[in-house]
Design a protein around this ligand. Sequence first.
Ligand code: ADP
Ligand code: GLC
Length: 480
Amino acid sequence: MRILHVAAEVYPLVKTGGLADVVAALPAALADRGLDVRLLLPGMPAILNGVSDLQRVIRLGPAFGAAVITLCLGRLPDSGLPAYVIDAPFLYRRDGNPYLGPDGRDWSDNHRRFALLGWIAAHLAGGDLDHDWQPTVVHAHDWHAGLAPTYVAQNPALNTATVFTIHNLAFRGLFPLDHHTDLGLLISGADQSALEFHGQLSFMKSALVHAKRVNAVSPTYAREICTREFGWGLDGLLRGRGSDLSGILNGVDYSIWDPTSDPALPRAYSSDNLSGKTVCKLQLQAEMGFTVDAKVPLFAVVSRLTSQKGMDLLLAVLPTLLAEGGQLVVIGSGDADVEAGFRAAAAEHGDAVSVYLGYDDALSHRIIAAADVLLVPSRFEPCGLTQLYALRYGTLPLVRRIGGLADTVVAISAETLRRGTANGFAFDDASRRALAACIGEACAVFREPAVWHQVQQYGMAQDFSWADSAARYEALYRSI
Ligand code: ADP
Ligand code: GLC
């Protein structure tokens, strides 16, 4: 079975979030199962530079506003998997964030930039671009690749199976409706209702209609998006897909997230000997200008700083965290007001709050290793990966009980401790009060080292590797 993964980002070349981690690790896990897997990526500078041995497959164009489009094939770093790269300089040769210009706004031609990704996927499926390789399944990720199932469906000669994975329904890929004329899409009758979302064009909606199977990145999120609260106006459509919609939990690439061999850490450690974790903590405390003391609970955030992630709630309960004697280190970037809030908190409480506004992969590893508690108080969370990374590093996740967080974190209680299934802390309401109470609870448990140690040990031993989830994806492919 030949599988083509279509996505806009891939770790470590271009990454704005967990999507990149998944797009690097899932195809590799599928290849390990013996499937013939390739990726299709847009030729952003970092991708053109990072994919090795790029060879031209075919030259096309003009199309989608680009005079010249060259489809190349090379190999990804790390996994060595074959990856098609679309080199369309006019559309993709732009540095920085793949979706936003330097002014922080979406590129005005994003509809063309990402429609091209889907269009090339459909033509690879059609066999007219690479005679040597045709996918049996086109697997598209998030709205950026959302038109892949659409272009496949609009070609009556194709019966390629399509799978669409929802990583985040909040980003619906919305554009003015008249932009469809740029995209060569049929838009009348049923085709129009598939593409149109309240007077706009939606790449996400089109994917949800056209893909043979749709899945979300955790079972709980797959159920939540069928409700008004989490459905972003697409819940009716998702309910209508019935058993075509499923939830498959993301996994972790433990070759990258492993405290016994992580090159970013000042000292490696394992669950048998956590002294290296203490070294990581003391070093980070010193580096951040905090009181250097293993007995002080160190909380961390590694996240986009947006309202999705509940960061405004965290800012509001910061006084509680500090009153409990805690310290907070934050790495992330996002909404200007949230960034400003954290900057102000760090200025006011320099000895206990430190904020790095930006992206730094190595620092994110060091922070996850050093912290006692990783905070993920999200308003919604399709899966969430950092809580899984934290678990392997002996860092207890403190999460809101929704989406993938609910599927992976079991809150400490008398019962879960007795059963030995507790691995962190969880609260239900997206309210300051609930978050503050949960932080207070974490501080109380932190003062009981034996309990803390038991929970750490269980979390570190848990297996969230891709093996299980890759098997589920394979079963999904085979079912269609
Ligand atoms: P989302 O995709 O919604 O942002 P996830 O938890 O799925 O959330 O994935 C976030 C990914 O981005 C993780 O790999 C996390 O370690 C990483 N990350 C987030 N912020 C930063 C940052 N500022 N620097 C480095 N890595 C970051
Ligand atoms: C999205 C979601 C996140 C998920 C990631 C990878 O960015 O916000 O919860 O873990 O995709 O699937």
